[in-house]
Each structure stands twice: as C-alpha cells, then as structure tokens.
Design a protein around this ligand. Structure first.
Ligand code: AMP
Length: 281
C-alpha cells in the first residue's frame, strides 16, 4: 500500500486501475484514524476492487478560532490501520498540494449547510464541499463512503453529488461507538478524564430522545426539552445545539410526523462533540 502526496500521481494510479477494469472506492478522512474510519474502509474494500483513503486535515474547513493547528495527526498509525483494513492507497497531500497560493474557487451550498453545525460554523461546509469536490475530481471513485456520525455532512454531500452531477454513489455508514456509547472521534483525544466521562451524556441524551419517540412522543419540544435537561445536568457540558430537523431539508420541525434527524453539538471545555439519531417514524 502506497502513501502518495501528489494529486497527479494519484490520478495516474487510478488511470492504471481503470485500464484494468477495476472499480474504485474513496474514503475521505482527516486522519488520526480509529475504528469508525476503519468501518468505512472495510466496507469500501468489500465493495470495490481498489480503495483510496484520503488523509488530509483540510485547512479551509476550519475557522480561524478552531483547532486546525492542534488537530491530532499520526500518519504512521493511519498507514497501519489502512493496511490492516485492506486499503490500496493513502492520499496524504500537503495543503500546498491541494491549494495554490491564489486558490479562489469554492463549492458553496445554500439551505442544508445553514442550520445545525452551520450556525456555529458558517464557513465549514463550504470548505468540506470544496475539498470533497477536489477529492472526487482527483480520485474519480465509483463510490465514496461517509459516516452517519456527521449526518449533516452526509446530507450535504449527497445533495452536492446530485446538484453537480458527480455520478458517484454515496454510501452512508453506521456510527461506531466506544463501549460506553461515546461516538468515536479523533477529537475525543482532547478530553480530560473528567470530560471524557461527562461526554457520555451525548449518547445518553440520544438514547433518551429515541426512547421517547419509540414510545410514541412526536412533539419536538418535549423530546428536545428532555434531552437538553439531561445534558444541562452534566456540569462539564455546554450545549451548542440540540435540534430536530426534517431528514431531507434539515429544517427544524415541530412534530416528528415524517423521518427526522435529531442532532446535537455539545462543548466539553473547548472540545465540541456531535452525535445524532434518525427516527423514521
Ligand atoms: P473525519 O476524519 O472526522 O473527517 O471523518 C472521516 C469520515 O469518517 C467521515 O465520513 C465521518 O463521518 C466518518 N466517521 C468519523 N467518526 C465516525 C464514527 N464514530 N463512526 C462512523 N463513521 C465515522
């Protein structure tokens, strides 16, 4: 398995695979890989002849006050995990391989990117859509794999692929969790031991909300109120948002009378973690 930093070399490799009639899967990541990423890679390996894992902390999806500089990185450990999972190639560019000094073209999206995480991170999804478009153009995969942990991101990528005719199949994969329910995340490494145990409140709130809805509650205010109180009882947690939105439009709903996404973002100190569940009704 090669680690390649040059977009042109990745293109050449993919061209050769194509010549041999092989199918190609892409798993976009920011590295510091864990079991959540691995589940995407394993699925991609099962469904494609060759799998490219991109490993790139994309500067343009971070706002100036965010954690770009401190975001954890460990390419050697990532390479081991990718090899174990059966990936064919890691694309690990430098920012300068992806962005010319006078880079000036962006992929922006209205609507879906404005609610939920878009409220606190107004430029984030522009950075995500732009880098994912570049990755799609460089790797030209048949299929690309994204985790449902980033539910808004998955919805946005699906919309972008439809709107811009990328012709790539987008596969959403289940959330992988720690034994105590915390969704696996590269950012969990920022947490102090106290914050780490407090962070289980996210999955506990999700379980509470889902349980209420399975018991027949459809009133968003009631479900969200109960989830918020549970989180507010945790002194180390500070809510960014807890929302119930229409699964397709990502607009807030008052009643869960159609498929909905319940999503939340909560700070533990400076670390912002997200979690969600989907209720189909
Ligand atoms: P990241 O490196 O955090 O940008 O994540 C890269 C991809 O892995 C995204 O599609 C994420 O949704 C997915 N991912 C991250 N954590 C998990 C998890 N715990 N379970 C499933 N997928 C995940």
């Amino acid at each position: 398995m090669n680690i390649i930093s040059s977009p042109a070399e990745v293109r050449a490799m993919v061209r050769e695979w194509r010549r041999q009639g092989l199918s190609v899967g892409l798993v976009p990541t920011m590295g510091y890989l864990h079991e959540g990423h691995k589940s995407l890679i394993v699925r991609a390996v099962a469904e494609n002849d060759r799998v490219v894992v991109s490993d790139f902390v994309n500067p343009i999806q971070f706002a100036p006050n965010e954690d770009l500089a401190s975001y954890p990185r460990d390419i050697e450990a990532d390479a081991r995990l990718c090899r174990e999972a059966g990936a064919s190639l890691i694309f690990h560019p430098e920012p300068s391989d992806m962005y010319a000094p006078d880079f000036s073209t962006f992929v922006d999206m209205k609507g879906l990117s404005e609610n939920l995480c878009g409220r606190t991170r107004p430029t984030h999804f522009r950075g995500v859509c732009t880098v994912v478009s570049k990755l799609f153009n460089i790797v030209t995969p048949d299929r690309a794999y994204f985790g449902r942990k980033d539910a808004q991101q998955l919805a946005i990528i699906r919309r972008m692929v439809r709107d811009l005719d990328f012709g790539i199949e987008i596969i959403g994969c289940p959330i992988v969790r720690e034994a105590d329910g915390l969704a696996k995340s590269s950012r969990n490494t920022y947490l102090s031991p106290e914050q780490r145990s407090a962070a289980t409140v996210l999955s506990r709130a999700a379980a509470l909300g889902l349980g209420m809805m399975e018991d027949g509650e459809r009133d968003a205010a009631k479900v969200l109120g109960a989830m918020r109180s549970l989180i507010e009882d945790e002194p180390l947690a500070r809510i960014d948002y807890v929302s119930m939105v229409d699964f397709d439009s990502l607009q807030d709903v008052e009643r869960a009378d159609r498929p909905v996404l319940c999503a939340m973002a909560v700070y533990f100190g400076k670390t912002r973690l997200i979690d969600n569940f989907v209720f189909e009704g």
